[in-house]
Design a protein around this ligand. Structure first.
Ligand code: ADP
Ligand code: MG
Length: 700
């Protein structure tokens, strides 16, 4: 059998050296296998004939059969065109070309039967079809035409003649090659027959050249099944491996620090959800396995406290803990919070960031090595090789999406036995995505806010009503509250007609001349940023004008108004994150989304979702549906090659859950991977791991 993956695309009839380079560069198609798995993005039904009488200006592509009665040249200059008056006996339609006028007149014969294919539109009250495909009727076998595949190609490819039709021709050539259709099966018969899946070789032919919609759906289902099944299998298989290989530090007891904190220092009762999650963590770290847990909790749900309790467990069992934050401001805030809450306990908390001076750095590094530092709060700075621990037992990573796989792997290397890992995120990753991205992480959810929180009132405001908003802000400040104003950009961009931060700041300084304003953006030095942040946090300034640098974690309970300028520029998750900066104290808080009057359908939906829900999970699901998974915050930075060829996480959630169970069954049925029934599965898994297309395994 021809090894498709090993055979370069350039040997396929119709390709050659130049086109091979183009296919490789533009579409990442290098081998015959790559082409076979380059699926059409849509199909058009060419098995059906329409009549001219049926046509309207708002139809998709249609096919007609009839003759050309006459030609007419019309227009001048750029609008010069040739019109063919075409009829099938039920009426007339104009076929229009703007190019190749001479050639066309010679090509078509009046009175001959043609099949015309194109998209009808309305022009001057008449239906016409611009630049249709026209073929002699006898040459086409309508009944066998089925659905015509459409392939995405790039501008460069089109210029070289590689348009969708040419791609279809190449795929045809591929199928014509001896043996090409005999693609090795990727699923064993025991699975295909149980789940009623069609054989792979049929599937691949059908996905390119389906005869009917029904056939196409079945082929798509089979391919999605395949794709999702192997993702889940690699994740679950890796997880099983890890369970067997890695012993974890055992935090056997709940000791003095945990108990004293609980009874002496805790200023409030834990919420039910917090209690449940702490229990889940205790169960993990109390066993013999290394914990890998993802803690999801909406902004303000109290994740820090859960982290603190977990770190006390580490301390009580003789281990050090490290809390990692994505920015220095956040690390500093966390450190201050921990020190305040632990003030009466003999626990040493230190802060280490990129801007920690050498003089302070040395004793901290020494303290980490001799074990006298119990909790280290840090940023990426902790990843440096110089930072070594005596006995690191637990790493808590706050706001996970800023730390990729590689960073986490570096933390592993800081201890002989890998530390327990708790990843906390306030960007609620929808369940489907979490299962796929973090399939081997156990997931805990804090789905309850501390009592007494008032939902944040969210309003969508058009810019021409901004004056009312400003008087509202005045009243809030007079009542002693503080205000955030967020802009999406920091400098004028020609393309995006955005009101930038500098302009906005000057304008607000004029409007609110009785108050003090802070300004914060990403181009400022860390020291300046912190000074400004501190001025706002201490109440010295009343309004903080900023870019999205305040997005995560910042905690100023007295701030009650969040104004988001050019809200249309932000994704849903980001809007929700920003909104989470207010509503942290006892006062009613507000989020004001400011946009232009003219909005796209998409933006209008986003504003609607924001004003109608305060629930991060609802918002994340909606985000996934609106934007598609490739675009969700976090997935890009997470370092995972994320290219599903056919499955769609937003749409195929049910199938994903289904195949996860199938994958689990396979692992249970054949734990030693030596049952001949499943040979195909393990062989395929081995190939996938070797090609390392999916780097799921490295996530932990
Ligand atoms: P996040 O999950 O966004 O990190 P935090 O841990 O910063 O949330 O908590 C938000 C606020 O809620 C903090 O001021 C914290 O002290 C408070 N908090 C946390 N848990 C509780 C609780 N069980 N009851 C009352 N307030 C709480
Ligand atoms: Mg937090």
């Amino acid at each position: 059998m021809l090894d498709l993956a090993a055979r370069s695309i350039k040997y396929l009839p119709g390709v050659g050296e130049q086109r091979a380079t183009l296919l490789g560069r533009e579409l990442n198609i290098h081998s015959l296998y790559d082409l076979l798995y380059y699926f059409p993005y849509k199909y058009i039904d060419r098995s059906r004939l329409f009549t001219v009488a049926e046509l309207t200006g708002s139809m998709p592509h249609v096919q007609l059969c009839g003759e050309i009665r006459s030609f007419e040249e019309m227009g001048e200059g750029a609008s010069r065109r040739i019109v063919a008056h075409f009829t099938d006996g039920t009426g007339f339609v104009d076929l229009v070309w703007f190019r190749g006028l001479k050639y066309l007149k010679n090509r078509f014969k009046l009175g001959e039967k043609y099949i015309v294919f194109g998209k009808p539109s309305l022009f001057n009250g008449r239906v016409n079809i611009a630049h249709p495909d026209v073929d002699v009727a006898e040459a086409l076998q309508l009944s066998t035409m089925g659905l015509q595949p459409y392939y995405n190609t790039t501008e460069k490819m089109k210029r070289a003649g590689l348009n969708s039709q040419a791609m279809a021709k190449l795929v045809q050539n591929l199928f014509a090659l001896a043996g090409a259709v005999l693609t090795p099966e990727t699923l064993p018969q025991i699975i295909t027959s149980k789940h009623k899946l069609m054989p792979l070789s049929d599937t691949l032919r059908i996905i390119h050249f389906p005869k009917s919609m029904k056939e196409l759906r079945d082929a798509e289902y089979r391919l999605k099944f395949d794709e999702l099944f192997y993702i889940q299998l690699s994740i679950l298989h890796y997880a099983k491996d890890r369970m067997q290989k890695y012993v974890g530090h055992k935090f056997a007891k709940v000791g003095e620090m945990f108990n004293r904190f609980y009874s002496e220092c805790l200023p409030f009762e834990l919420t039910g959800a917090q209690k449940r999650v702490v229990k889940e963590i205790r169960r993990d770290v109390g066993g013999n396995h290394q914990m890998n847990r993802l803690l999801q909790g909406d902004v303000g749900s109290g994740k820090t406290l859960v982290a603190l309790l977990s770190m006390l467990l580490a301390k009580d069992n003789g281990y050090q803990a490290c809390l990692m934050a994505p920015t220095e401001i956040l690390a500093e805030q966390h450190c201050a919070t921990l020190r305040r809450m632990l003030a009466t306990l003999p626990i040493r908390v230190e802060l280490l960031t990129g801007s920690t001076r050498q003089k302070e750095r040395t004793p901290i590094l020494e303290g980490l090595l001799d074990g006298s530092v119990d909790i280290l709060v840090s940023t990426h700075a902790v990843l440096e090789d110089k930072v070594q621990f005596a006995n690191l037992g637990l790493v808590v990573i706050d706001e996970q999406h800023r730390f990729g796989v590689i960073q986490r792997a570096k933390m592993w290397a800081k201890s002989n036995i890998p530390p327990h890992i708790l990843v906390m995120t306030a960007t609620p990753i929808p369940r489907t995505l979490a299962m796929t991205l973090y399939g081997d992480l156990d997931v805990s959810v804090i789905d309850e806010l501390p009592p007494g929180r008032k939902p944040i009132a969210t309003r969508h405001i058009f810019r021409n009503r901004a004056d009312e908003m400003y008087s509202f802000i005045h009243r809030q400040i007079q009542e002693g509250r503080q205000v955030y104003v967020v802009y999406p950009l920091i400098s004028e961009s020609e393309k995006l007609d955005l009101k930038n931060l500098e302009d906005g700041y000057r304008q607000l300084c004029n409007i609110f001349c009785d108050y003090r304003l802070s300004k914060l953006h990403g181009k400022m030095k860390p020291k300046e940023k912190e000074d400004e942040m501190r001025r706002f946090a201490s109440g010295e300034t009343q309004i903080l004008v900023s870019t999205t640098v305040i997005e995560v974690g910042v905690d100023v309970p007295n701030a009650t108004v969040m104004v988001i300028e050019n809200a249309e520029r932000f994704g849903l998750s980001q809007l929700h994150q920003l909104r989470g900066r207010v509503g942290r104290g006892g006062n009613q808080s507000y989020c004001l989304l400011v946009t232009d009057y003219k909005l796209s359908e998409d933006t209008r939906k986003r504003m609607e979702i924001m004003t109608s829900s305060n629930d991060g999970f609802v918002i994340a699901e909606a985000d996934l549906k609106l934007r598609g998974p490739g675009d969700i915050e976090g997935t890009k930075q997470s370092g995972i090659a994320f290219d599903l060829k056919i499955a769609n996480l937003a749409r195929d959630e049910q199938l994903l859950q289904y195949v996860r169970d199938v994958a689990r069954e396979v692992i249970e049925a054949d734990p030693e991977c030596n049952n001949p029934y499943y040979t195909v599965v393990w062989e395929r898994l081995r190939i996938i791991k070797r090609n390392n297309n999916w780097n799921w395994g490295a996530i932990s």
